[in-house]
Design a protein around this ligand. Structure first.
Ligand code: FES
Length: 127
């Protein structure tokens, strides 16, 4: 049912935790199944220098969060914004169809977090 990559990231999730003094903190969830993701980002010079998260959810939600964090860590903000749900699923070698939408919280959390950061920069510049 699950690929080896999914099982690996489920059993050994990468980048778990909360960054002290994060640049961005964002929480997203899937109301249908109750899974939720708290994401913290450290951004320096337009680059994601660190990413940590706490995930409350099923094995697929843990695996997508872990793989997604690996895909974007160290990337520029525009590179990270280009990573979507399909990239996370492809990097995991696929997910069971019923898990594809509900478990994949990391890309939308990341996009919300980066947009929040860019908006706050624009507001600072407008002052
Ligand atoms: Fe895990 Fe929906 S059951 S994300």
């Amino acid at each position: 049912m699950y690929t080896e990559a999914v099982l690996d990231h489920f059993n050994n999730p990468r980048n778990v935790g909360i960054i002290d003094d994060p640049t961005v903190l964002v929480q997203v969830g899937d109301p249908g199944c109750g899974d939720s993701l708290l994401l913290t980002l450290k951004i320096e010079d337009d680059r994601l220098v660190d990413i940590r998260y706490k995930i409350y959810g099923c094995g697929a939600a843990i695996a997508t969060s872990s793989m997604g964090s690996e895909l974007v860590k160290g990337k520029t903000l525009s590179e990270a914004l280009a990573v979507g749900d399909a990239d996370v699923i492809a990097a995991l070698g696929g997910l069971p169809e019923e898990k594809e939408h509900c478990s994949n919280l990391i890309a939308s959390a990341l996009q919300a977090g980066i947009r929040q950061y860019l908006d706050s920069l624009r507001q600072e510049e407008a002052k």
